[in-house]
Design a protein around this ligand. Structure first.
Ligand code: FAD
Length: 274
């Protein structure tokens, strides 16, 4: 696919920020490449991140069974208009970019709330196949789409490396790459991370912007992270990795078929060269 529909979800409160400048670069690059782009600038939209009863046009009078109510309202078209508008954009998209500064090891609350409200049961999770099996991890309501995290972090690269104090960046971003993109059926691309963001000078920005443009150029073709699909036979009926797969190993990287994060090898090279 040459030209894609790309949905860019942006979560920073200041347009003049480093992230705002990177977002401008990213959107510009995508348009130059001929892609169709739509943006959800969550702060600029005044996006409400809080999932509650008011998400439903026909509010249940008794207990709020959140997932079941989401599914009913999704299928009836009675989720609140702001949610439906985002779901329409999502259904239009071939690729989704989640772009944010890393705050407390995750996305800002406004973006977490976009996931809570937009990836509703019936679309993002709880989607069943003809045999009644839940489609997830490598299959699901968003199968066929690609997902890319673009984030800036205050810490330096080595401290997010294989033995870095913050934990490996691939582990830190696992809730988005594995538990969100891959869970919903999307192909999770390796994240694009700008390290040492609080100290970035003009040369650092130029490098970060160039790197982002390169990654976006590869958006249609880049190999996704090789996570193991749930239906691959690698897991038993309790959803535990079979003992003959990556024997003796534990940790999040066991859910990848390539035996460990690409970033590990890249980071190792960085560390060795120091
Ligand atoms: P800005 O503050 O806008 O800019 C950062 C630097 O980039 C400035 O020096 C600016 O001059 C420079 N810059 C260079 N070129 C440009 C340009 N063209 N436009 C704008 N600025 C430019 N970090 C972690 O590693 N882990 C965490 O868990 C974590 N949690 C955090 C939680 C909170 C609540 C906060 C506020 C910060 C946290 N941080 C954490 C740090 C955070 O990730 C960085 O502050 C953030 O990534 C910087 O992005 P920004 O867009 O806000 O940068």
């Amino acid at each position: 696919m040459d030209h894609m529909n790309v949905l860019w979800i942006f979560a920073h409160p200041d347009q003049r920020s480093l992230n705002g400048a990177l977002r401008d670069e990213g959107l510009c690059a995508l348009r130059e490449l001929g892609h169709h782009v739509r943006e959800s600038d969550l702060y600029a939209m005044g996006w409400n991140p809080v999932l509650d009863r008011s998400d439903f046009e026909q509010q249940p009078s008794g207990r709020l069974l959140v997932g079941a109510e989401q599914e009913r309202a999704y299928l009836d078209g009675t989720l609140r208009a702001d949610i439906r508008a985002e779901q329409d954009k999502l259904e239009w998209a071939d690729a989704v970019v989640l772009h944010f500064p890393l705050w407390w090891f995750g996305p800002p609350a406004i973006l977490k709330g976009w996931l809570d409200r937009v990836l509703a049961q019936g679309l993002g999770f709880g989607v069943k196949d003809a045999d009644g099996r839940t489609r997830r991890y490598g299959d699901g309501g968003l199968a066929g789409k690609r997902g890319l995290v673009v984030t800036t972090v205050g810490a330096r690269e080595s401290s997010f490396g294989p033995r870095g104090i913050h934990g490996h960046i691939d582990d830190v971003l696992f809730p988005l790459s594995h538990a969100t993109f891959f869970y919903t059926g999307m192909d999770a691309l390796p994240p694009y991370v700008v390290y040492g963001a609080d100290r970035l000078d003009a040369a650092g920005f130029a490098e970060a912007a160039h790197g982002l443009r390169e990654r976006l150029r590869a958006l249609p073709t880049e190999e996704p992270i090789p996570f193991r699909p749930e239906a691959s036979g690698d897991y038993d009926e309790d959803l535990v990795l079979r003992p003959d797969i990556a024997p003796g190993r534990t940790g999040l990287a066991v859910h990848r078929r390539d035996g460990g994060p690409t970033a590990d090898r890249l980071s190792r090279r960085v560390l060795e060269s120091r």
